[in-house]
Design a binder for this molecule. Sequence first.
Ligand SMILES: [Fe+2]
Length: 385
Amino acid sequence: MPIYHKLGKIPQKRHTQFTKPDGSLYYEQLFGTIGFDGMSSLLYHVHRPTQVSAIGKAVDLSPKIAVEKNIASRKLIGFDVAPKDDFLESREPMLVNSDVHVGLAAPKKSMTEYFYKNSDADEMLFIHKGTGTLKTFLGNIPFEYGDYLIIPRGMIYQIEFDTEDNRILFAESFHPIYTPKRYRNWFGQLLEHSPFCERDYKLPQDLQTHYEKGEFVMKIKKQGMLHTLVYASHPFDVVGWDGYNFPYGFSIHNFESITGRVHQPPPVHQTFETSAFVICSFCPRLYDYHPKAIPAPYNHSNIDSDEVLYYVDGDFMSRTGIAPGYISLHPAGIPHGPHPGTYEASIGKTKTEELAVMIDTFKPLQVTENALKIDDGTYYKSWVE
Ligand SMILES: [Fe+2]
């Protein structure tokens, strides 16, 4: 997160003595990415953060691939994913490659029995349904419909839901997730042409420090395995921290779409970037205003990227037979475009209420067994007249 934030108590000078009321020392931890080159935060723990008292069984969470080399456009009926009690068990990878796993989850219960961290991947959780609180060792972030939650790798967290009706689109990214560099000046500040600004971020707040020692179950995702460890002190024992590496939220409803006289290309919708895929937000907006404009997009060949669209709400202008929660996959290798009728029907329309998240990956995506279970199977023929 390219802005500075701090919570709780920290010493005036880094790497110096920081004492508890009883005179003993707090334990400093540098929490960073990309070696010592990326963004980092300095944390101050009540207890040593290194106290592992037991290591239990590991479970293989590697996605089960059904179609390794895919050429078919596909439509997945996302809300057909069955809800499950546990947050991690509810997560079903759908479309995956070596850079990112895109999936769906319908968790019913809050995470209370254990803590979790993903040491392989930054996580993006897009909240389609549900409200609650992302609780982390750096503070809490309340979330609601339309929020992206960006959770850097290694972040210890729990997730608390207010009800059992929750739907999440997730991306586990094996590359750091950033806001697009072109939106920022060389100091890191978001520029005037950026579709959002620093005020829109939901930063961690309400840092809660736990002092308990005991047995605390920690589930760690690493190399596709879910390891279960026991920590000897409460993982949320940070009294203060500062820096740039922390989780944050951003509401898709705060994305200010860029419009033009003629159709604007997908990059104007870009919200996040990595070195291997982008995440874009298609939001309610006014249509193109050239007198002869065609608001629906032109056919396009994403020769070197696969396109995943997740439909959130509204009427998606260029598609027929689409409902909230659906995913469409338009793979590299064949062009795609508006469905028959939608190109012409868009002429003269002045605005759209569509709301969708797009993930474009530079490497082809593999289709998992989970995805085939909710694949309508005929979508690739849907452009035939
Ligand atoms: Fe497209």
